[in-house]
Design a protein around this ligand. Structure first.
Ligand SMILES: Cc1cc2nc3c(=O)[nH]c(=O)nc-3n(C[C@H](O)[C@H](O)[C@H](O)COP(=O)(O)OP(=O)(O)OC[C@H]3O[C@@H](n4cnc5c(N)ncnc54)[C@H](O)[C@@H]3O)c2cc1C
Length: 267
């Protein structure tokens, strides 16, 4: 664990904006992470957890409190067979796209569609990170957290994570610090069925087709690059802040209502 003072948060966020944090503690092990968070909470001081900084917009005034920066590591297979799949524990601090690349190389299917998403693994269950017809709720088996309210480690099985579209029980408050995530991947050389029309078109296949895992990853990266969605530190033209929209999901009643309102507007 190491500590720095008056660190510009612009150096820890992908948007490269943000004033200074009074104190930044970098946690390289899960024990250090828990200790750092517990120490701040015991002192009743403000805490900001920062992972990859790709979903954070920090004011130029900075942050008066402690930033705990997650830098833990470890991709640990717990079991792997064709029946139960590959059960793999990933530390919160692992770079998400490295995890996807590793899964593709190992023949673990289920996250290839999530290639190129910036940030670290611990942040993925929070907003149920998703793209190109996949989201992490499809492969997360467990999320192990530090519960700041109960001051205890608490593990949530997938069914208890309340995953919905870009949401989960972990979003919208800072009670839980994600320590690691257990994924259950399918052991396969082929991707999960392609579930996104533009991706199927790019691959030249029908929706629902399974393609080699590496082809799926490359096709997703190609789509993302074309939309300026793959960050490259060396290329300022890629310093995108991502999409700030979510696809609307309407009930039948809301949809009928919308169609009626559109009809009224069009006269
Ligand atoms: C170019 C670009 C493309 C993107 N594309 C997608 C996309 O396709 N799909 C998608 O879903 N999102 C996308 N995003 C959003 C972003 O990448 C995700 O939200 C990502 O999961 C954020 O991870 P991070 O590690 O950078 O989190 P940070 O920005 O560091 O943190 C985000 C929030 O989560 C909290 N947090 C982070 N880690 C933890 C933890 N371990 N425990 C508790 N709280 C934590 C932080 O306190 C903060 O409130 C994109 C963003 C950019 C900039």
């Amino acid at each position: 664990m190491h500590e720095q003072h008056d660190v510009p948060l612009s150096t820890l966020t992908t948007m490269r904006v943000g004033g200074p944090a009074s104190r930044v503690v970098t946690a390289e092990t899960t024990d250090e992470l828990v200790d750092a968070v517990r120490e701040v909470d015991d002192a009743d001081e403000p805490l900001l957890v920062v992972s990859g900084g790709s979903n954070l917009l920090v004011s130029d005034d900075g942050f008066e409190g402690t930033v705990v920066r997650i830098a833990t590591s470890g991709i640990t297979p717990e079991s792997a067979d064709y029946c139960g799949g590959a059960v793999v524990r990933v530390a919160a601090g692992e770079v998400w796209d490295d995890v996807v690349a590793h899964a593709v190389a190992q023949g673990w299917a289920g996250v290839e569609g999530l290639s190129g998403i910036p940030g670290l693994t611990g942040a993925t269950p929070i907003q149920n990170v998703g793209a190109y017809g996949q989201d992490v709720s499809q492969t997360v088996a467990q999320v192990r957290t530090w519960d700041r309210q109960e001051q205890a480690v608490r593990t949530f099985m997938n069914a208890d994570c309340a995953f919905t579209y870009r949401h989960s029980r972990f979003k919208g408050h800072s009670r839980y610090v994600v320590l690691d995530v257990v994924f259950q991947f399918e052991v396969a050389d082929l991707s999960r069925p392609v579930a996104y029309a533009a991706l199927a078109k790019g691959l030249g296949v029908e929706l629902g087709t399974r393609v080699p895992l590496s082809d799926a990853r490359e096709a997703v990266l190609e789509q993302r690059r074309a939309r300026g969605m793959v960050l490259d530190d060396a290329d300022p033209d890629t310093w995108s802040c991502g999409s700030f929209f979510t696809n609307p999901i309407l009930s039948r009643h809301e949809f009928d209502d919308l169609v009626e309102r559109v009809g009224e507007r069009l006269g």
